[in-house]
Write a protein that binds this ligand. Structure first.
Ligand SMILES: Nc1ncnc2c1ncn2[C@@H]1O[C@H](COP(=O)(O)OP(=O)(O)OP(=O)(O)O)[C@@H](O)[C@H]1O
Length: 319
């Protein structure tokens, strides 16, 4: 469905995303995991081409959606694709909703822009699908500020679904709502994926959520893919030292009987990026070679069909 090869994004002279590669296949859920500032949202916004031409320089060896080359098409053509073939769920529902329009007007506007016929019964049914059962009729009359955080995020999910897209990018959709609603939204995304076969790119920094929702996992660090593969492989046999460190942190939280394990050091700011492995500062396996080049993303030479960006990964895993 969605193929991204070597995606790079630059703001002014600062390269923020330095090489993102993945394939989101039909009906799959791929989680993009990474610390704050690793480039998750910038990558997602770039795939949707939500930055103006003067805002960001976006390049890639390939950026295609169902064989449509997203890099070469103009903004007018992209507008026809957004919402219809690929939809975006923002971290904060208020980023997707116009404050001065009722929810009904927002659905109508979306349908008008895409020359579709607005059918209120269909929208009410859709609102029920996302769990706004009894309230669906009333919600259409409301303004965004009259909705709770959970209701607003469900409305944005209904808006994202309304034109039957094949792919949804969900950018930390639970981060701005009450923690008690996280499960509800995650279950909703899972049911949408199963019911309509929609592929989902799920952006998060929460390992537990990624473990629950994903088929595949992509680990970002320093604007680069560090590891990418099937969820079970990544969680049970992580190959990159960074992923292994993250797993130690997660396991120490879950075990609750020992001290919490924390990663030493800090993630680099894009202004500090150099042609070196961005993790060598914090890596117990680093050698002089790690400081001399950015390692290639290579396919692990076993049966796991995993990709890893570390020249020591094979040694580390043979120890
Ligand atoms: N419009 C912009 N102009 C310049 N730099 C930006 C812009 N947007 C993001 N950045 C920088 O790009 C880097 C990656 O940001 P991004 O928002 O993708 O991180 P993230 O991984 O999504 O983090 P978080 O989990 O905190 O949302 C950060 O260093 C950020 O400061």
């Amino acid at each position: 469905m969605l193929r991204v090869e070597n995606l790079k994004v630059k703001f002014d002279q600062i390269q923020v995303v330095r090489g993102i590669t993945f394939t989101l296949r039909q009906g799959m859920i791929l989680s993009v995991l990474g610390e704050s500032g690793s480039g998750k949202s910038v990558s997602a916004m770039s795939i949707m081409k939500l930055y103006g031409e003067n805002q960001a320089l976006i390049t890639a060896d390939k950026l295609s959606l169902n064989e449509i080359d997203l890099l070469s098409i103009n903004e007018r053509s992209m507008q026809k694709i957004r919402g219809v073939q690929i939809a975006y769920i923002f971290q904060n529902p208020n980023d997707a909703l116009s404050p001065n329009k009722t929810i009904r007007s927002q659905f109508k506007e979306l349908f008008r822009v895409h020359h579709r016929t607005y059918d209120e019964k269909e929208i009410e049914a859709l609102l029920e699908t996302v769990g706004l059962n009894i309230e669906s009729k009333y919600i259409l009359n409301m303004y965004p500020h009259q909705l709770s955080g959970g209701q607003a995020q469900r409305v944005t999910i209904a808006l994202a679904l309304s034109l039957n897209p094949k792919v949804i990018i969900a950018d930390e959709p639970t981060s701005s709502i009450d923690a008690s609603l996280t499960d509800v939204i995650v279950e909703l995304l899972l049911s949408i994926n199963k019911k309509y076969g929609i592929s989902i790119l799920f952006i998060t920094h929460d390992f537990d959520l990624a473990a629950r929702i994903s088929d595949e996992i992509l680990i970002l660090y320093g604007g680069l893919v560090m590891e990418y593969g099937k969820k079970t492989e990544i969680f049970n046999h992580a190959k990159h030292p960074y992923t292994q460190e993250l797993m130690k942190c997660v396991n120490s939280i879950q075990s609750r009987d020992g001290e919490l394990y924390t990663l030493t050091g800090y993630a680099l700011d894009p202004t500090e990026f150099k042609d070196e492995c961005p993790f060598w500062y914090r890596c117990m396996y680093s050698t002089v070679v790690c400081k001399s080049q950015i390692p290639q993303l290579i396919e692990a030479r076993d049966t796991s069909s995993c990709f890893v960006r570390c020249i020591h990964a094979l040694e580390v895993n043979n120890e």
